[in-house]
Ligand binder design. Structure first.
Ligand code: FES
Length: 118
């Protein structure tokens, strides 16, 4: 299932912060967190693959996010679980910029590099 939706404008998400969209808002089977860090946008399924924590509420540094409950780290680029206790990757979604608008391609895997803000 793919769904392309406008989620925010450039500037709406502060550096090292995330915007969390509910499953109802995106049509995905999980909430999706849109991360902004070091000038790039990323999107991951919001629920940690270890238990039920919100990755959008985690600590963002560079191209990684640390789960707020048990401190597993995930790559924002690929969704890969970088350390235990998580071992399964988080699902990525493609983020596209159209001028000042941030668009999300729900269900389309990210290209692994993040989306550079202009
Ligand atoms: S819930 Fe994320 S590491 Fe445990």
């Amino acid at each position: 299932m793919t769904n392309v939706i406008k989620v925010a404008n450039v500037g709406d998400i502060e550096d090292e912060e995330a915007l969390i969209l509910s499953a109802e808002q995106t049509g995905n089977n999980d909430a999706i967190a849109i991360f902004f860090s070091d000038g790039k946008y990323y999107a991951l399924n919001d629920t940690c693959t270890h238990e039920e924590a919100s990755l959008g509420d985690g600590w963002i540094e560079g191209d990684e996010v640390e789960c707020p409950i048990h401190a597993a780290k995930f790559s924002l680029c690929t969704g890969a679980a970088l350390c235990l206790p998580a071992s399964q990757p988080a699902r990525t979604h493609k983020v596209e910029l159209r001028g000042d608008e941030i668009w999300l391609h729900v269900g389309v895997p990210a290209d692994g590099a993040g989306t550079q803000a202009t």
